[in-house]
Design a protein around this ligand. Structure first.
Ligand code: PGA
Length: 253
């Protein structure tokens, strides 16, 4: 699996026309991806087949924003891993803070969703991160430890095909990214945690997410142990998304 990633979380945005314009814009600005840096876009479920079609041959991967922890059954409104795989999904975001906030998802459930992704043969993009209150109470490391402990208790520590995303909840969609110092401190902490857990997970990619955009990308992705970005708002703008991608390519050059 690649180490460096730019992943767009489109959240509940898009339309057939907007999605096409966005992918056309990305492909126009970036005729070829760099073999060392993955690019993935995560639309809402109904547009996944369209995205598979319009990204064909581009190298851009397609991900989903959520998954059921169950493989099938009476779970109205849910979407199972085998169904995602069936339509060509390769990546699944789990544990996004908006799922935690608006849908009551908790660490154990998120870990079970990550396991469902892995058992389907797909790659989970597991979000971790603290709230502003937790940061102010000096709880950041404890919160991240609990989130990671819960994840690895369920998925084990021998799987190297997991992408982590550190997304401080207070930096998501606010326009205010965490400072490079804060990001650096947390990513080093997470790397040390992973290194202690096992050789397989020691090198997992750790992305940063939270108000990353073209203008601040270089200052973030050049930090040690920052392996790319999980991008919300700026992923809806082709020029911004490509600028972030290019900043990451420049950081590995
Ligand atoms: P943002 O969102 O880039 O708009 O802050 C990031 C995310 O929610 O993954």
């Amino acid at each position: 699996m690649l180490k460096k990633w730019v992943i767009g979380n489109w959240k509940m945005h898009g339309s057939l026309a907007d999605n096409k314009a966005l992918i056309d814009g990305i492909r126009a600005e970036l005729p070829a991806l760099d073999a060392r840096v993955g690019m993935v876009v995560c639309p809402v479920f109904p547009y996944i087949p369209q995205l598979k079609q319009i990204t064909a041959g581009s190298g851009i991967g397609v991900g989903a924003q959520d998954i059921s922890e169950f493989a099938k059954g009476a779970y109205t409104g849910e979407v199972a891993g085998p169904m995602l795989k069936d339509v060509g999904v390769e990546y699944v975001i789990v544990g996004h803070s908006e799922r935690r906030t608006f849908h009551g998802e908790h660490n154990e459930q998120i870990a079970r969703k990550a396991k469902a992704v892995i058992e389907t043969g797909l790659i989970p993009v597991v979000c971790i991160g603290e709230s502003l209150e937790e940061r102010q109470a000096n709880q950041t490391e404890a919160v991240l430890t609990a989130q990671l402990d819960a994840l690895f208790a369920v998925v084990g520590t021998d799987n190297a095909n997991i992408i982590l995303a550190y997304e401080p909840r207070w930096a998501i969609g606010t326009g205010v990214a965490a400072t490079p110092d804060m990001i650096q401190a947390v990513h080093s902490f997470v790397r040390a945690y992973l290194t202690k857990r096992s050789a397989a997970v020691a090198g997992l990619p750790i992305l940063y997410g939270g108000s990353m955009k073209g203008s601040n990308a270089a200052s973030i992705v050049t930090l040690p142990n920052v392996d790319g970005g999980l991008i919300g708002s700026a992923a809806l703008n082709a020029a911004e998304f490509v600028a972030i991608y290019k900043a990451l390519v420049a950081s590995v050059a």
